[in-house]
Unconditional design. Structure first.
Length: 276
């Protein structure tokens, strides 16, 4: 009799265990990675700031035969590779890209778009189904072209708006990155949208002087402002100039140049981007 009771209790216990609700499987949060190429420390600084503000992992990549750290030598080699139709081989990555859903892809601008090593990377790895957030450093511009080129090169990825910053303005990167991340919903927080630019008007002599102050020390830019629109921002006034630019080949074209004139007394005007 005692054995029968014990057997019944054991059976009931087993049944209860089997009927207990299964513990929910642990759901892993999508992982993010800052993956970047940097010839100098400029892009590295921006990459590190992206990682800091997003909490993403961070990894630099390079080529099996790295470019010279001397800028002119690196560009000369890249020009030769372009002429010969050669893509340099990317060195083995130290990270498994399949583990990441969002990739912040960083690079300097060369020849008006993303640098050659990124072109090699895009051609050698599978980024299908991933969100790609490009960020660029440059002397004058190229962010918009790099974004468009990446969208063409990665039709099966979600390529977002690209972030860009001039090397000369690198100290402003933290605030600019924060605004970019908030605007694109990449971090939590409220984004305060900037006001729209005013209607474009003929440039006044005072506005020409501000333009010249901002661009005069940049030898690669030979532009004459024609029209301008303005808006008030926290730092002061932002100008959107329509200008006539003369290229190295002597051909003239219309470009857009963004200039900020700080409200603080004694602070010089500076330009943030050229859009060709």
């Amino acid at each position: 009799m005692k054995k029968t009771v014990l057997a019944a209790v054991a059976a009931l216990s087993l049944t209860a265990c089997n009927q207990a609700p299964k513990q929910a499987e642990e759901v892993q949060e999508p992982k993010s990675l800052v993956l970047y190429y940097s010839l100098t420390e400029t892009t590295t600084k921006v990459a590190e700031e992206f990682a800091k503000q997003t909490g993403a992992d961070i990894v630099a990549f390079d080529l099996k035969e790295p470019y010279s750290k001397v800028y002119d030598e690196a560009i000369q080699r890249s020009v030769k590779e372009r002429e010969e139709g050669v893509l340099p081989e990317v060195d083995s990555l130290t990270v498994d890209l399949s583990e990441y859903q969002t990739i912040y892809l960083g690079f300097p601008i060369w020849f008006g778009t993303y640098a050659t090593p990124v072109k090699s990377l895009v051609a050698s790895v599978d980024l299908s189904g991933k969100k790609i957030v490009p960020f660029a450093t440059y002397g004058s511009g190229g962010r918009n072209v790099a974004e468009a080129d990446l969208k063409k090169a990665l039709p099966n990825s979600e390529v977002t708006e690209a972030f860009g910053i001039r090397q000369a303005n690198i100290e402003k990167a933290p605030a600019a990155i924060k605004a970019f991340l908030l605007k694109n919903g990449l971090v939590e927080g409220e984004y305060v949208a900037l006001p729209e630019f005013s209607e474009s008007q003929d440039v006044t002599e005072e506005q020409k002087a501000i333009f010249n102050e901002a661009t005069g020390n940049y030898a690669m830019l030979k532009a004459t402002p024609v029209k301008v629109a303005t808006r008030t921002i926290d730092e002061g006034t932002e100008y959107k100039y329509t200008a006539e630019d003369q290229g190295r080949d002597g051909q003239k074209s219309e470009i857009t140049i963004y200039v900020v004139k700080p409200a603080a007394e004694g602070q010089p005007a500076y330009f943030t981007e050229v859009v060709r």
